[in-house]
Design a protein around this ligand. Sequence first.
Ligand code: ARG
Length: 283
Amino acid sequence: MTVTLPVQQALAPRVARPRRYLLCRPEHFAVTYAINPWMDPTAPVDAARAVAQWEGLRDAYVALGHRVDVLEPVLGLPDMVFAANGGTVVGGRALAASFAFPERQPEAAAYAQWLADAGFGPVGTTDAVNEGEGDFLLVGDLLLAGTGFRTERAAHAQAQELLGVPVVSLQLVDPRYYHLDTALAVLDDETVAYYPGAFSEGSRRALERLFPDAVLASAHDASVLGLNAVSDGRHVVLAAAATRLQEQLAARGFVPVPVDLSELLKAGGGAKCCTLELRGATA
Ligand code: ARG
């Protein structure tokens, strides 16, 4: 008789930290232009379904004990649901976005105004293009900064000056992963998950040095935007279709919280794209 003993993996205790998120209801969501390879203006989009899916995301955050603030959507700005792109907020300081494409540029003022009114002022901005937390992801005391498709490298240096956080630039090379948050997820202050194929060789090597224990996502899980995930340090809200990634996270002691945002995926966005983290002076 052979007895197979289960491999006992020592799981690090994962601790959730309550978060504050800014979201924007996709009331005026549509795909009317194409600024990334996911967007097909001829394909039908169900706005009511997008709202219902978004409500599922909001409810998941509330159920996890997070504070959710909501920004008023503006008619004629169909991508405004992607709140992550509205800015970057670290230590109570806010950097407003400066969008690459004219279609999204008017969103910047709406987000900047909301942040100022909420007490995150004075709100800084960059001359160079920066698409907020789409390309700036805080891991502990480091701000990982993507470039290649949207945020310009010059904005990385400006973000370091304005936010006072050391910046590490990473080069994106695959147009499907046009924002850093489509290719890399921050799981806690020292752990990330990413899809190596989205990065240049040098940036891959930099990531290997910084995060030797990173979770490496498969091409499939990346292609359903599984890495466009939001973690509170324990619970990881991510695309339900990223099944293998959910197993990988569970094996590392995280608790996957699957959500279906298939309508928003038609614009190239997922859970993280819809979520701007508001970090106060102590966070
Ligand atoms: N359609 C939007 C754009 O291309 C999607 C933005 C997704 N946001 C994100 N943080 N990746 O700008």
